[in-house]
Write a protein of this length. Structure first.
Length: 303
């Protein structure tokens, strides 16, 4: 390829919950933008990031995992993911290295087949299984449809992830640079901070509590000496959840805050003073107005 000919395009990252979509995207762009956790339904919004090298530019869309929606938030998330497919130049379909193909993966396969988009199948978490299991998984998925490429990776250990980038560039058309080369994401800083807090809550809290949490950044100001003052609110669904989030003598909230502050300091490259508040909004996950307040607006509708 001549050096002045650049390729570019949109790559939608699709898959069921918890298969490692966000982990993979972070590795592909070399920076942690999307939050990750060992719990389903971690990602709630489409998250756009940009990767640029001499070959051109890849715009990634990390999406919420496809699952059976149990509330309006869940419906929004599934819509948010499926909505990215028509605009994608390439779809990265992420699955786990497991020869048993479940209901959601079968559905995703059907959708992708119908879309007619070029699909790269990424078989992830190969570090957890025997080589033979990876081979069996590849065989099982090969029987479903035709792919532009199948790549077995471990996103967590960065095994073969470079091959994913190569395969994407092979599929992309020649095209313009949509963003300048320093751009990594279009996520506003406030939203990234809110997500950092939500990630810690997801990782630290047990059972269903973290799924009923939303986080908003209420204010974010930098002092002359560089220190950032940030205030954020954790919204939960029940008074009893509020008690657990705050913890004995505020211990739990302190833990969430301390971990989120470290992430925020890394991103902002300065000291951070993070104040967290907790409030209850019953059934917010089924309220259109509150969903909108917390940044979950249906695709195509007003933001
Ligand atoms: N062992 C292993 N774990 C992985 C790998 N990739 C991701 N994980 C773990 O799998 C869990 C889910 O990862 P995420 O990246 O949050 O998954 P996701 O597909 O974005 O999940 P949702 O946003 O909920 O749809 C996390 O605990 C990751 O650390 C991998 O290659 N190997
Ligand atoms: Mg995710």
């Amino acid at each position: 390829m001549r050096n002045d000919v650049k390729k570019s395009g949109y790559v939608s990252i699709i898959g069921r919950s918890n298969v490692g979509k966000s982990t993979l995207m972070n590795h592909l762009i070399g920076q942690k933008i999307a939050i990750t956790a060992n719990k389903p339904q971690t990602t709630r919004n489409r998250i756009q990031t940009v990767y640029t090298d001499v070959r051109g530019q890849i715009v990634y869309l990390d999406t919420p995992g496809l699952h059976k929606a149990k509330n309006r938030l869940g419906e929004f998330m599934v819509e948010e993911a499926l909505h990215t497919i028509p605009d994608a130049d390439v779809v990265l379909w992420i699955v786990e290295a497991d020869p048993f193909i479940g209901r959601f993966d079968l559905e995703i396969g059907e959708r992708l087949k119908q879309s007619g988009k070029p699909v790269i199948l990424v078989v992830n978490k190969t570090d957890l299984v025997e080589k033979q299991t990876v081979k069996d998984a590849v065989k099982a998925y090969e029987a479903l449809m035709t792919y532009r490429k199948i790549i077995a990776v471990s996103a967590l250990r960065s095994v073969n992830t470079g091959k994913v980038t190569d395969a994407i560039f092979e599929c992309l058309p020649e095209g313009p640079m949509y963003f300048d080369e320093d751009t990594v994401t279009d996520q506003p800083m406030r939203q990234i901070v809110a997500e950092m807090v939500r990630e810690k809550a997801l990782r630290i809290l047990e059972e269903e509590i973290p799924h009923g949490i939303a986080v908003t950044t209420d204010s974010m100001k930098q002092r002359k000496n560089g220190l950032w003052d940030i205030e954020a609110t954790i919204v939960c669904e029940k008074e009893s959840h509020k008690g657990i989030i705050i913890g004995k003598g505020g211990a739990m909230l302190k833990r969430i805050g301390a971990q989120a502050r470290m992430d925020a300091e890394k991103m902002l490259e300065d000291r951070v003073n993070l104040k967290l508040y907790v409030k209850v909004r019953e059934n917010w996950r089924d309220s259109d107005i509150l969903l909108k307040n917390y940044g979950y607006t249906a695709p195509g509708k007003d933001a």
